[in-house]
Ligand binder design. Structure first.
Ligand code: FE2
Length: 239
């Protein structure tokens, strides 16, 4: 089968919606009511922390503050700045595509960094005791909760000495919970909604643990706010 006919075949399978189909009025009104952030508004906020930075087990206030102020808030600020520059660039018809491409690359990297760090800090401040629908789902998907946890830790440690994110995600396409290895801010799983994210860049732990990544992973696991993870999972499966 030629590439062209193969595409046609796939298209005929996936696109079973009649050409004359219309969007129901109720659905149209519902989507119109959703607040949509302007594409290049440059006003993304960083949410306040939901925990006391002096109370995390095994993660010092100095470490958390440095990570928060230098990396998280720095990424949000950079993303907002890039959006402003993209808006300005769109008014310059003589701007070379390669220069616009540099801005788009930065936009993707800063978006990934800002969102992953927002999720990272949002899920801290708990007692590390897994509960809720997410625990049941991880038990079913991996055979036991302990098996899932062992694989999550192993995936995280595969990034030690380098950089990246270990991401437990609900994959909307495969309908599965999966621990993903992401070696940068832009390598998240396709169709994956993050439920639990572990920052494995050295700046996330070097102040407290030097290069001893395993000790950081251990401390991280004790601070997970599983109610937050559970809420993300339940929202994700509702799609
Ligand atoms: Fe980080």
């Amino acid at each position: 089968m030629s590439d062209l006919s193969r595409c046609d075949a796939i298209g005929s399978l996936a696109l079973s919606i009649p050409a004359a189909a219309t969007i129901p009025a109720a659905a149209s009104a519902q989507t119109a009511a959703i607040s949509i952030t302007p594409a290049f508004g440059g006003e993304h906020p960083s949410q306040p922390l939901g925990f006391d930075t002096t109370k995390l087990a095994g993660l010092s206030e100095e470490l958390v503050r440095s990570h928060r102020e230098n990396n998280h808030q720095g990424s949000v600020k950079a993303l907002n700045m890039v959006e402003g520059r993209l808006a300005a660039a769109m008014t310059d018809k003589d701007l070379p595509p390669v220069i616009y491409g540099d801005l788009k690359r930065d936009e993707l990297q800063r978006t990934g960094s800002a969102i992953l760090l927002e999720l990272y800090f949002e899920q801290l401040g708990g007692d590390g005791q897994a509960k809720g629908a997410i625990r049941d789902a991880l038990t079913r998907s991996h055979g036991s909760f302990e098996t899932w946890e062992a694989e999550f830790r192993r995936t995280a440690m595969a990034l030690a000495g380098g950089s990246g994110w270990c991401i437990l995600a609900w994959n909307q396409y495969t309908k599965s919970l999966h621990n993903y290895w992401a070696w940068g801010h832009t390598n998240g799983p396709v169709a994956g909604t993050p439920c639990l994210v572990l920052d494995m860049y050295e700046h996330a732990f070097a102040i407290d643990y030097g290069a001893a990544a395993a000790k950081y992973v251990e401390a991280f696991m004790h601070n997970i706010h599983w109610a937050v993870v559970d809420a993300r999972y339940r929202a994700a499966i509702m799609g």
